[in-house]
Write a protein that binds this ligand. Structure first.
Ligand SMILES: [Zn+2]
Length: 487
């Protein structure tokens, strides 16, 4: 069997010219077998060679070594004088797509591995299988891969999801029959969801959040479908109501549940950092950086390092020019350094200074960072100001302080799933507030209704909640009632 037959099928128009077998990789030099090529414009055949050029593709590994195919392509002259195209190149779109640097069959294997494992693990596995590739390339392959066909959709769930928390949100759509995500919409707007739903006329059930845009969109976009608020959203909305009660009563409640503490004076840390750049000690980039340095110490050239790590040589050159790897986000954090003196003075003058006050003052002094950047920078340099400084003086034992959101979650959770600390907190909160005691009993009943799916008793619950005179619960109950009357 000759080599060409081993690598290509007999109908493929290629022949193997030579093979270069190196320690870690195999280069296979390939030429086209065809001697005539048709002009893509006028389709007339031509034999008249203009020039050659070499294209390089990564292919599936060969005998455990990574494999490159060097394809010598020809350029031809078009012989028809009236044709506008004077020169054209032979193309082999079935085997080697234009502008690609990997063969189709390699891309297919990489994509399958990436879909099974996810970016980083797939990167590690592909590297051991002699298919060196970066996780970002794998993610790009996933992004470009066509979505599987949807098929007729009967039940769909819609909810919001964050591209970036508190900044940008989109909508996520889930096939409730398979539990799989089927689409992501770029925003939470009513008209985006309406037009998506209009493309799915077979939908019979939509589960959604209880309020607002999704409700209107579902009514407009899929009027044939039944709209359902799922149990999770019902509990979530009830939890929000409970949280609002706790926020409203926060000062009184936290005084009631917090143990007596001695207020220690705030001490400005002695080792207040002097402005200096900090070297990175962890992270993926740091690992790669160390590998590069190790290989450099062994005497490898930049190109050889780039090849063995599967990185671009320019990237390798950039990192090797550094003695120490600086933290990537150093720039933003570093903005605080010129203000260390001022922060120290202010903390000494006013140990209880609020972070917000400090930030406002610093901004006037030319600090360009956002509030969150300041907060993050101070944490990074281990300087505690404002709430963070005060928190450290609270003893960290059971029920010492409470956060309304966490406490509300504990209220909602089934008894078997909460810790003894949370149980203590709940009982203290209920002892100190008749309102919360009432709330707790209503929450328990509601959870019972949902768990046993006894919808018939829901009306009784709504009436009881309305009689509770707790505003937050009343408005939750009123919402439920209006939902019920819609059906
Ligand atoms: Zn032509």
């Amino acid at each position: 069997m000759n080599l060409t037959k081993l690598i290509f099928s007999s109908i493929d128009p290629f022949k193997v010219v030579s093979v270069d077998n190196q320690a870690d990789f195999v280069n296979i030099y390939v030429q086209s077998r065809q001697r005539i090529c048709r002009c893509p414009d006028c389709l007339s055949p031509s034999k008249k060679l203009h020039s050659y050029y070499l294209r390089k593709f990564r292919d599936l590994p060969t005998f455990g070594k990574s494999c490159n195919i060097y394809l010598q392509s020809r350029k031809y002259r078009c012989l028809r004088t009236e044709c506008k195209r004077k020169i054209f190149t032979e193309r082999f779109d079935d085997h080697f797509e234009p502008c690609k640097r990997r063969t189709k069959r390699l891309d297919e294997k990489l994509l399958t591995t990436a879909l099974e494992m996810g970016g980083r693990p797939a990167e590690r596995i592909c590297n051991t299988l002699s298919m060196p590739v970066s996780d970002s390339t794998l993610l790009r392959l996933i992004h470009k891969a066509p979505l599987p066909p949807l098929g007729p959709l009967k039940a769909v769930g819609v909810d919001d999801w964050a591209y970036k928390k508190r900044d940008r949100y989109g909508s996520i759509l889930v096939n409730l029959d398979t539990g799989k995500v089927i689409d992501l919409l770029p925003d939470r707007e009513e008209k985006t969801l309406v037009s998506w739903l209009q493309g799915q006329p077979a939908i019979e059930v939509i589960t959604r959040d209880r309020y607002g845009k999704y409700m209107r969109a579902a009514t407009k976009g899929a009027p044939q479908a039944i709209q359902v608020t799922d149990r999770w959203h019902l509990l979530k909305n009830l939890g929000e109501a409970v949280k609002r009660i706790m926020v409203r009563e926060y000062t009184r409640l936290s005084r009631a549940v917090a143990p007596k503490t001695v207020d220690e004076p705030l001490v400005v840390p002695k080792d207040f950092p002097a402005g200096k750049k900090l070297a990175a000690t962890t992270g993926v980039i740091k690992q790669r950086f160390d590998e590069m340095k190790k290989l450099q110490a062994k005497g490898l050239s930049k190109n050889a390092i780039a090849k063995s790590l599967g990185m671009h040589r320019d990237t390798v050159r950039k990192y090797l020019s550094m003695d120490v790897l600086m933290r990537k986000s150093y720039g933003e954090r570093g903005m605080i350094e010129p203000h260390f003196e001022y922060i120290k003075e202010r903390m000494e003058a006013d140990p209880n200074i609020h972070l917000k006050t400090l930030w406002t003052e610093l901004k006037q002094k030319g600090y360009p960072g956002a509030y969150s950047t300041l907060s993050e920078s101070l944490t990074y340099y281990n300087i505690r100001v404002g709430k963070k400084a005060r928190q450290t003086r609270l003893p960290q034992h059971a029920g010492s302080f409470f956060k309304p959101s966490a406490a509300a979650m504990a209220f909602l959770a089934p008894e078997s799933k909460i810790s003894s600390t949370q149980k203590k907190l709940i009982s203290r909160l209920c002892q100190s507030s008749a309102e919360l005691k009432r709330t707790m009993s209503l929450v328990k009943k509601f959870r019972g209704l949902i768990e046993t799916k006894t919808g018939s008793e829901l009306k009784a619950w709504i009436i009881e909640a309305n009689h509770s005179v707790i505003g937050e619960l009343k408005s939750f109950a009123t919402g439920l009632l209006s939902d019920l009357q819609d059906y």
